[in-house]
Design a protein. Structure first.
Length: 103
């Protein structure tokens, strides 16, 4: 009996992670950010895009947590891959959607 595989597009992964889709897309564009087999290429007609396995989603989650643990981590990961407008959108999205610290 075949096993069921769950795959996440960048958009769906961003929703699962509570992150801006462009951030997830940029991190997925570098196969060094996930372990072998966690990132797959999908062809749909003439269009090709990448998807993450469940383990790949966890790798991206851990990478984002690591990048957020030091000043400028996210910015260093996206600079050169995003326009200034996209950078502003990513940084603003996180600021607006970050959990509030416990009092």
């Amino acid at each position: 009996m075949p096993t069921k595989k769950i795959l996440f597009t960048a958009q769906r992964a961003a929703e699962e992670l509570g992150e801006h889709p462009k951030l997830v897309e940029v991190l997925m564009s570098d196969s060094d950010n996930v372990n072998e087999g966690e990132l797959r290429n999908v062809l749909e007609g003439e269009r090709q895009f990448k998807v993450l396995t469940v383990d790949g989603l966890e790798s991206i989650r851990n990478l984002i947590a690591d990048l957020r643990s030091w000043d400028g981590g996210i910015l260093s990961a996206i600079r050169g891959y995003c326009t200034e407008e996209e950078i502003d959108a990513i940084m603003t999205y996180h600021d607006e959607n970050a959990p509030s610290p416990m009092a």
